[in-house]
Design a protein around this ligand. Structure first.
Ligand code: AMP
Length: 428
C-alpha cells in the first residue's frame, strides 16, 4: 500500500514526499481511512510506530476541507493533549512539516517556561493547539483559550498521562469539550483504568492495535551484559570508547543516577548531559537539541523525560538500569529503530535485575542474546537463579515504603506514582 491509496489530498501528499515517506506504517495504513471517515479511534500503539502522522494527517485534511469560518482570528478547532513538553514540541513540528502546503496553523503550549510567548501566539489565533494538560488548563482559566470550537480531540500517550497524575486534569479538559467532535485516544498499554477513561472520551469507536513487539522489539538488535552494579559505569565507558562516533542514549532509572553517570563519564573525558524532571526546561531543550544535532554524542535520560523523543540516527540505546516495568523496556529500545530503521539496544543486568529481565523477555516473547565477551563479565550473575519476582512481597515492601515517603519525580513503582498523583501534579 502507498500513501496515494489512502485518499490523502495532494497538499499533504507533497509534504509527505518531501519527508521521504513513501509507504504508510501499519498504524497509518489502518488508522488514516478510519479517521478520514470521521470515526472515533482507540489506538493501542506507542511512539516510534508512525502514530503522530497517523492522527495528524486526517486532522490536517479535515481542517483544510472545512475553512476556519469564524471571521477574524482563527479559532482552535483541533486539540492534541500529550503528557510531556518534548512530545508536544515534536508533535507540533510534525504538524508543521506535514501541513506546510495546507495553510493550517498550529501553536504548542507547555509548562515550565514563561507563558508570554505562548499567549502572544494564541492571541493571533490558530487552527490546531498542541498542549500539555497543566498549561492548557492554566491558560483556559486565564481566558486565553476557548475549547468551544473543537471538532477534533486527540489524547496521546494516555497511560503515561495517568502515571504522571494527570487524570483530574484530563477529566476537566474533557468536560470543556463540545459534545459533537471526533475523538482519538492513544495509549501504549490498555489496563482497565485506560479503557475506563477511553469510554469517557470516545463515542462509537474503531480500535487499532499495533503490538510493541511488531513495532520495535523485532527489529532492534538487542543484547544483555551481565555486570555487577559497581562495574556498570566502567562497562559504559568501555562501550562508548569502542564506538566513538555513535550517538548513545543511556537510560537511568533515577534522576540522581542520571546525574551521577554524567559525572563519572566526565572524569573519563566523555562529554554527556542528562535530561530529567529536575532540569529546567531550557537545560532539557539544550541537551536534547545538541544531541539531535550531533553536537553531543551521549545523553543520559530518565524514562519520563525521554519518552517519545525522536532522534534521527540514534545508533545505540543503553539500559544502564533495567526497568522494572517490562513495557518501559519496549519504549526505551523504541528510541532507536524508529519507523523503518534498525537499531541496537544493550542492557546491563545485575543480580537484582534478573527478575526484570525475565519479565521483559516474556513480554517481547524473545530471549535476548547475552554478550559474555567483555572485560567486566560476571559469571556469577549469569549462572545465578532468577530471583522470583517482582514478588508479592517485594511489591508490598515498595508500597509500604512509598506510603511513608511520597515524593515527586521518577519513581520505581507505577502504582506509587498513581497514588501520589492526586496529591500533587508532578513536573517532568
Ligand atoms: P512517531 O511514532 O510518530 O513518533 O514516528 C516515528 C518516526 O517515524 C518519526 O521519525 C517519523 O518521522 C517517522 N515516520 C513516520 N511515518 C513514516 C513513514 N510512513 N515512513 C517513514 N518514516 C515515517
Amino acid at each position: 500500500m502507498k500513501f496515494t491509496d489512502l485518499g490523502i489530498n495532494d497538499q499533504i501528499l507533497k509534504a509527505l514526499e518531501d519527508e521521504g515517506y513513501t509507504h504508510p506504517t501499519p498504524i497509518q495504513a489502518e488508522a488514516i481511512p478510519i479517521l478520514l471517515d470521521r470515526k472515533d479511534l482507540l489506538g493501542c500503539a506507542q511512539t516510534g510506530t508512525g502514530k503522530t502522522a497517523a492522527f495528524t494527517i486526517p486532522i490536517l485534511q479535515h481542517l483544510y476541507n472545512s475553512k476556519n469560518d469564524h471571521k477574524g482570528q482563527r479559532k482552535v478547532r483541533a486539540l492534541i493533549v500529550t503528557p510531556t513538553r518534548e512530545l508536544a514540541i515534536q508533535i507540533a513540528q510534525n504538524i508543521t512539516d506535514y501541513g506546510k502546503y495546507t495553510g493550517i496553523t498550529n501553536v504548542v503550549i507547555f509548562g515550565g517556561v514563561k507563558q508570554r510567548s505562548q499567549t502572544d501566539e494564541l492571541r493571533r489565533g490558530t487552527d490546531i493547539l498542541v498542549a500539555t494538560p497543566g498549561r492548557l488548563l492554566d491558560l483556559i482559566s486565564q481566558g486565553f483559550i476557548s475549547l468551544k470550537y473543537i471538532k477534533y480531540f486527540v489524547l496521546d500517550e494516555a497511560d503515561q498521562m495517568l502515571d504522571m497524575g494527570f487524570i483530574h486534569d484530563i477529566k476537566k479538559i474533557i468536560a470543556k469539550l463540545p459534545e459533537k467532535r471526533q475523538s482519538l485516544f492513544f495509549s501504549a498499554t490498555m489496563p482497565s483504568s485506560i479503557i475506563d477513561l477511553s469510554s469517557k472520551i470516545l463515542g462509537n469507536y474503531q480500535k487499532v492495535t499495533i503490538k510493541p513487539k511488531q513495532a520495535t522489539a523485532e527489529k532492534v538488535k538487542q543484547a544483555i551484559y551481565f555486570v555487577s552494579k559497581p562495574n556498570k559505569s566502567k562497562l559504559l565507558i568501555h562501550l562508548i570508547n569502542e564506538n566513538p562516533n555513535a550517538s548513545v542514549l543511556v537510560f537511568s532509572r533515577t534522576k540522581h543516577g542520571a546525574d551521577k553517570i554524567v559525572k563519572i563519564l566526565g572524569k573519563s573525558q566523555i562529554k554527556s548531559a542528562a535530561i530529567h524532571g529536575n532540569k529546567s526546561q531550557g537545560a532539557r531543550q539544550r541537551a536534547l537539541g545538541n544531541f539531535k544535532d550531533g553536537k553531543l554524542n551521549v545523553l543520559i535520560a530518565t524514562d519520563i523525560a525521554a519518552r517519545g523523543i525522536d532522534v534521527e540516527d540514534l545508533s545505540l540505546v543503553v539500559n544502564y538500569d533495567l526497568p522494572n516495568i517490562p513495557e518501559t523496556y519496549v519504549h526505551r529500545i523504541g528510541r532507536t529503530g524508529r519507523a523503518k530503521a534498525s537499531g541496537i539496544a544493550l542492557s546491563f543486568c545485575n543480580i537484582e535485575e534478573k527478575a526484570y529481565l525475565k519479565d521483559i523477555q516474556k513480554l517481547i516473547n524473545q530471549q535476548i542474546p547475552v554478550i559474555s565477551e567483555h572485560p567486566f563479565v560476571d559469571d556469577e550473575i549469569e549462572s545465578a537463579p532468577i530471583p522470583k519476582g517482582p514478588s508479592k512481597n517485594q511489591k508490598k515492601k515498595i508500597k509500604h515504603h512509598s506510603a511513608q515517603k511520597p515524593r515527586g519525580g521518577e519513581t520505581k513503582n507505577p502504582n506509587q506514582s498513581r497514588r501520589n498523583a492526586s496529591k500533587k501534579r508532578r513536573r517532568y
